[in-house]
Ligand binder design. Sequence first.
Ligand SMILES: Cc1cc2nc3c(=O)[nH]c(=O)nc-3n(C[C@H](O)[C@H](O)[C@H](O)COP(=O)(O)O)c2cc1C
Length: 326
Amino acid sequence: MSSEAPPPEEFDVVLGGGFASGALEGLGDSGFDDVPDTEQIDVGDLEGDPALEFRKTLGMFATGVTVITTQVGEQVHGMTANAFMSVSLQPPLVLISVDRRARLNPLLREGTRYGISVLERSQSELSDHFAGRASARSEEPRFEIVRDTPLVEGALAHLVARVVRSYWGGDHSLFLGQVEYVRYGEGEPLLFHGGRYERLAADPRLFSALPAELLEPILTRGREVTFAAGETLMTRGEIADTLMLVTGGSVVVERQGRRLTLGVGALVGEIEVLDPGAGRLATITAENETACIVVGREELVAALESNPRAAIALLEILSSRFRETA
Ligand SMILES: Cc1cc2nc3c(=O)[nH]c(=O)nc-3n(C[C@H](O)[C@H](O)[C@H](O)COP(=O)(O)O)c2cc1C
């Protein structure tokens, strides 16, 4: 048996959900005993070293980033990991893959608890810190202890799991954990893809991200239009030549499986008006009688020509979005 530690015959009931002791029996039969000898991976048309191309191929799988933590005596240990996955809902199980050389590895065994902190988009320096990389971060990370397990403060989600099985995973070890505690908050995750950090699609606001003193002169060039309940303001796919500010009532925005309602103060059509040929991104309908200020593309261009500061501010907003994902 190649498991790193023999699976326990039984383990305690640790969840309020009422799993009978031993309910996971048999899970230790990994069937990994007869792994074939290492063969060169066929990397097709890729020209690099096969081991490197293998790593790069794996890197195409976008993941979140977690910090796995555990406490031994008074000592807290954390390691950045993206090899985290959900395994089972009933019973609640998760899995992590830890390098055999990592200091965390010998600290985990059946019965020990580990914390999983799912990092938030602004926590890339924390990720570097727990990966042993040089980081611009100056302050020490802060932990809170839940069920005797350290969790990284400020993370998007937290789980505490207790190791119920560990498996051989080549140069890594797999630790199956039964989840005892979960919590999540509002926010966006830090992502990892192609060997670098990424974030979810940037903020879609454009004109509405302008400071009021630059936006107002643009809007004053528009005209007021009232739409009856159910009337269409914009249709997905059509050539876009206006942006609209909702000044009364509310509108329903529908785009590829998503539907949301926007009220007074919302700007719609603000991205397409700068790229009209690509067509409207959404169909927008008046939910009730709705008043809008409608600014046509020509008025908009004239407003930007007469106020280059507004044009430059738009370029700055766009370039900051590129920086976010670069
Ligand atoms: C984004 C990211 C994801 C990582 N994922 C894992 C992982 O899933 N498993 C692992 O063993 N190491 C992973 N690492 C590497 C470890 O964080 C790193 O080797 C760490 O220094 C090992 O801990 P140690 O310094 O205590 O030995 C990852 C690193 C980064 C930056």
